[in-house]
Each structure stands twice: as C-alpha cells, then as structure tokens.
Write a protein that binds this ligand. Structure first.
Ligand SMILES: *[C@@H]1O[C@H](CO)[C@@H](O)[C@H](O)[C@H]1NC(C)=O
Ligand SMILES: *[C@@H]1O[C@H](CO)[C@@H](O)[C@H](O)[C@H]1NC(C)=O
Ligand SMILES: *[C@@H]1O[C@H](CO)[C@@H](O)[C@H](O)[C@H]1NC(C)=O
Ligand SMILES: *[C@@H]1O[C@H](CO)[C@@H](O)[C@H](O)[C@H]1NC(C)=O
Ligand SMILES: *[C@@H]1O[C@H](CO)[C@@H](O)[C@H](O)[C@H]1NC(C)=O
Ligand SMILES: *[C@@H]1O[C@H](CO)[C@@H](O)[C@H](O)[C@H]1NC(C)=O
Ligand SMILES: *[C@@H]1O[C@H](CO)[C@@H](O)[C@H](O)[C@H]1NC(C)=O
Ligand SMILES: *[C@@H]1O[C@H](CO)[C@@H](O)[C@H](O)[C@H]1NC(C)=O
Ligand SMILES: *[C@@H]1O[C@H](CO)[C@@H](O)[C@H](O)[C@H]1NC(C)=O
Length: 479
C-alpha cells in the first residue's frame, strides 16, 4: 500500500501525463499540428479494448505508437516496462487488443513530418479501422463500363412455408424493399498499371482522399444472392482492355480490397444486363443488340424484350406448379432439402442458362482479360485454367431461342455446372431434373471442373475452386 501522499503524486503525474483523452468508440483525426503535448492520450476502460491507428497520408514516418494498460506507467515508450506494448503499423494500419480494466495511456514516439495525418480509435466492440476479409465483387465489364458490388450485408432470411398451406412464391416481378439502413459504401477505382492505390497505406481515410477513374452512372442497393444486400455501382467512362484496381470504403473506416477487373476490348459488343428482379444474379453482358431508350446503355426489366421475360416467368410458374403437386412440407423427399430449396436452386439454374453470358478470350498471354487467363498460377504452380468460352458465329443456334440471332460473332461464357448440380441435388426425383455427366459431354454446355472436380464426389476440388477471383479472372458463369 502506497502512502497517501505518494498515491496523490502518482495520480497527479498521470493527469499531467495525458492531457488529451480518447473517447470510447469514436475516431480521432489528427495531423502533426494538433498533437497534444506531451504526445499522449488517456484511454477508456474496457474488458477488451481494441486500439487502432490508421495513416491517412503517404509520407513515410518513423513514428511509433506505444500503449499501456497499467496505471503505474504514465509514458509508455520504447524502453518498455510492465504492460507496455507497441502497436505495430503495417501498410498504414495498426491494431492492438487487450483488457484495459483501469484504462491506460497511448503515447506517440518520434517526430512527425509536417503533412502527416492519421486517425486513432479505441473501441470495446472490435476494431474501428480494419481491412475487411470480404472483397468487392465484379459483376461484369464491357469495353467502357463495369458493374461492381460492395461486400454484402443483411443476408435475407428465408422462411419456408409449411404444410398444409405450402405456398411457394412466384417469380419476383419487383425487387424486395431494401433495408432501412445500410453501411455507407464508396467505390474507388484506378488503372492497375499506375500502381498508385496499392502502394498507399491500406486504410479507408487514405483511399477516401484519392480520386476515382470513370464515373458512377448508377448506384443502388441490390439483393443479388443469398449473401445479402450489396451496393451496386454501374461505372461508365472506362478505357478498353485495361486492368483496374478497385477498393470499397465502408463508413469512412473500413476498407475492402484491392480487387482487380479488366475491361473488354473495344470490339466487344454485348451490353450489360442488371435490375432483373426474377433473375437478380444476372448482372453481366448478354448477347443482344445495343438497347434502345436506355440512359445507362444496359438492359433492365423495363427494356428487356418481353418474349425473353415472358417465357422465363412461365417456366418459373409451371415448375412451381409441378413441384407442389407433391405434398411439400408433409412428405419429405430428402432429410436436407425442401421444396423451397428446390425452387430457389431451379430458379438460379434457369436464370444462368436462360441468359447466356458473353465473354472474351484473352488477346495474348501477357494481357489476360476478365474472362480468360492463361499463365501460371503463383499459389499452386499449376497452369491456370482457361475460361469456359464457346464461340458463337452468326449461323450458330442461339443458346436461348428467345434471344434473336445476332449479326455478329461472340463468345459465350458457359454456366458453371455446379449451378445445375445444385438444382439436381435440391429437387425431388420425380421432376426428372438431371445434369450432363462430366465424363461424357458436359463441357459442351457447361463450365466443368472449375468449382468442383470432374467427379461427383469432388466438391471444392476444382481448379481454381471458384467461378471467379479477386484478380479479375472469370472462368464460368455462376449466377
Ligand atoms: C493488461 O494487459 C495484459 C495483457 O493483455 C493483461 O494480462 C492484464 O490483465 C491487463 N491489465 C489490466 C489492469 O487490464
Ligand atoms: C478482443 O477483441 C479483438 C477484436 O475484436 C478480438 O480479436 C479478440 O479475440 C478479443 N479478445 C478477447 C479475449 O475476447
Ligand atoms: C397461405 O399462405 C399464403 C402465403 O403465405 C397466404 O397469402 C394465404 O393467405 C394462405 N392461405 C391460407 C388459406 O391460409
Ligand atoms: C457517405 O460517405 C461519403 C464519403 O465519406 C460522404 O460524402 C457521404 O455524405 C456519406 N453519405 C451518407 C448518407 O452518410
Ligand atoms: C439506377 O437504375 C435503376 C434501373 O434503371 C433505377 O431504377 C434507379 O432509379 C437508378 N438509380 C439512380 C440513383 O439513378
Ligand atoms: C406452362 O403450362 C401451361 C399450362 O399447363 C402450358 O400451356 C404451357 O405450354 C407451359 N409452358 C411452358 C413454357 O412449359
Ligand atoms: C450483318 O452485318 C453485315 C456486315 O456488317 C451487313 O452487311 C448485313 O447487312 C447485316 N445483316 C443484318 C441482317 O443486319
Ligand atoms: C471436353 O472434354 C473433352 C475430354 O475431356 C475434350 O477432349 C474436349 O476438347 C472438351 N470440349 C470442350 C468444348 O472443352
Ligand atoms: C490485374 O493486375 C493485377 C496486379 O498486377 C494482377 O495480379 C492480375 O492478374 C491482373 N488481372 C488480369 C486478369 O490480368
């Protein structure tokens, strides 16, 4: 037990040491001019406090950040001591978590250059600054446009109907209402060749200060798949055959990316399709002539030829009718799957085969495009696969007869066979749904072996194990 006078002195020293304080769950923005003297901050108490440091400018600095959760240390620094820790900053971001039962102190060590700015935060609910584990998602590109998506939020909750009133929804003719609140996502893209973005501190405040290439033609919330809602951007004004780097900033605090995508060559003629409520995953280029009456130069539910959507909704309705001839919800055909699962899987498959996707072969092995990749995969050392492209000439029969033949040659990026197999697995046998077998001719109508291996029991064993990656490669169409 310390004598009372000494205790007072210690407390006085503490109060004097940190003249500034960091509030819980708030971000403090600082630059070299507004550093307090002494350069330290008292920290709030929390069971598990996460302290983050984010650089917002690109100067290289020799500054170091030290924290302590001990009440007996008032100036944590490089000399160490009991419960003195350094926050190591990597690519502009530093994160440290520990119990701060009695609060603590954060101290800045070293000199700051004049233009240096940064943010610090202390939170009791995980890091406030963060590089998110989920990447932005590419829909597709044309020669000068791109459809891009933020990471997902608010996944939909499916409530299956129950017997005896087992009523399945019909094809959606309008999209569901977006949630009341959503994260504030901002998109940033720049040509990859300039290397500007990836060499900067990988923080939200740094990226928010950069200017984006292209222009946002449309920004909206879209429930693309069961992963949840996403902000969807239609970017216009991009350059053909260019590799772009994309980041998404969430609420000016968190960063998703970098993700890469490649625009198509100048001769690529297929327009993008999006905003189709009955096929929400169709967000890619389709083989139709350029749309009339479209401000955005894309096909959506208002200008898609009615013959295409009519036949599709009839298929949906007829399928649902046939499916519910069995006692859904009373007689179980599978311990794992329900009629509602079957219907969702069938709709996805039907969308992927009804809307052929245009793709493009890479012009050379050095400049690969978003739908093809030739070369060696660094991670596996295996040759990376080529995309499931199939050439269509003016005399080819269109893959969907309701798409009128086009007076041009193009390539179709075939659907991933897993879309078909998912419907096969989810649906009762009596429907007679079956997929072609990989060992026969499945590769004439589907992309085979990308997500799963070629044999039925090789789930997740395909090369590259996915339909597309964050480097800009797309191997097959997964709706
Ligand atoms: C300080 O942090 C250390 C390491 O995480 C922990 O063991 C200790 O209990 C903490 N002390 C206080 C007073 O929170
Ligand atoms: C403290 O929070 C961080 C960040 O959310 C987390 O990674 C860590 O596991 C937590 N520690 C404890 C002991 O709960
Ligand atoms: C059956 O369910 C549907 C959709 O949930 C509902 O609209 C309908 O009113 C229900 N019918 C009866 C008889 O409960
Ligand atoms: C979203 O973030 C951007 C950039 O930080 C900001 O300009 C905009 O006002 C924010 N929007 C909302 C609705 O908060
Ligand atoms: C984006 O495009 C969709 C479909 O054309 C339209 O409904 C929506 O109003 C547009 N949003 C904005 C912000 O322009
Ligand atoms: C849907 O069912 C109706 C009535 O049974 C039938 O006339 C129509 O041909 C079917 N349509 C398709 C696309 O199968
Ligand atoms: C098809 O394209 C060729 C060459 O561009 C043109 O001469 C021909 O008239 C076109 N045919 C139709 C039916 O548009
Ligand atoms: C399909 O696979 C067979 C053998 O596995 C191969 O010979 C053929 O070229 C492939 N066809 C296509 C269109 O990829
Ligand atoms: C785009 O550029 C990145 C970074 O150089 C590279 O890793 C990626 O493979 C490129 N993507 C394509 C499809 O060429």
């Amino acid at each position: 037990m310390l004598p009372e006078t000494l205790l007072c002195l210690v407390n006085a020293a503490l109060i004097q040491a940190a003249t500034a304080s960091l509030s819980l769950n708030a971000i403090l923005s600082l630059n070299s001019q507004d550093i307090p003297s002494p350069p330290s901050f008292s920290l709030p108490a929390a069971q598990n406090l996460t302290i983050t440091v984010a650089y917002c400018s690109s100067e290289t600095v020799s500054t170091r950040f030290f924290v302590t959760n001990s009440t007996t240390v008032d100036d944590p620094g490089p000399d160490g001591g009991t419960d003195v820790y350094e926050i190591t900053v990597n690519q502009g971001l530093g994160t440290f978590s520990a119990p701060f039962l009695d609060g603590g102190v954060l101290a800045i060590d070293g000199t700051l250059s004049d233009d240096f700015s940064f943010e610090i935060a202390a939170s009791d609910s995980g890091p406030m600054h963060e590089v998110l584990a989920t990447f932005p998602l590419l829909g597709d590109t044309t020669s000068n446009q791109a459809l891009l998506f933020s990471p997902p939020f608010d996944p939909p909750i499916f409530i299956d109907p129950s017997y005896p009133n087992y009523t399945l929804p019909g094809p959606s003719l309008s999209s569901p209402l977006p949630p009341d609140s959503s994260p504030n996502f901002t998109l940033l893209i720049a040509p990859t060749s300039s290397q500007t973005l990836t060499s900067l501190p990988q923080t939200a405040c740094m990226m928010a200060s950069q200017t984006s290439s292209g222009n946002i033609a449309n920004e909206s919330l879209w429930l693309r798949d069961e992963d949840g809602w996403r902000t969807q951007w239609l970017m216009a004004g991009l350059s053909p055959q260019t590799n772009y780097t994309a980041y998404v900033i969430q609420d000016s605090q968190k960063l998703s990316g970098p993700m890469y995508f490649v625009t198509k060559s100048a001769v690529f003629a297929c327009p993008l399709a999006a905003f189709l409520p009955y096929c929400p995953g169709v967000t890619y280029a389709i083989p139709l002539p350029p749309p009339d009456n479209s401000e955005l130069s894309i096909y959506d539910s208002t200008n898609l030829p009615i013959t295409i959507s009519d036949i599709l909704t009839t298929y949906f309705t007829n399928f649902t009718t046939t499916l519910t001839t069995q006692a859904c919800g009373r007689d179980y055909y599978s311990p794992l799957q329900t009629c509602a699962d079957c219907q969702r899987a069938y709709f996805r498959w039907l969308c992927s085969v009804s809307f052929p996707r245009c793709g493009e072969q890479s012009p050379s092995t050095t400049t690969t495009t978003s739908s093809s990749s030739i070369g060696t995969s660094l991670s596996t050392g295996l040759p990376s696969p080529t995309s499931a492209l199939q050439a269509q000439t003016t005399s080819s029969v269109p893959r969907n007869p309701t798409f009128s033949p086009l007076n041009m040659t193009y390539s179709v990026l075939m659907p991933c066979i897993e879309t078909c197999q998912a419907a096969d697995r989810a649906c009762p046998n009596f429907l007679g749904f079956a997929c072609p077998l990989a060992r026969f001719n499945a590769n004439q109508s589907y992309g085979v072996g990308y997500i799963d291996g070629a044999e039925p029991d090789q789930q997740g064993l395909g090369i590259p194990g996915q339909a597309q990656d964050q480097w800009g490669n797309v191997w097959c169409n997964f709706v």
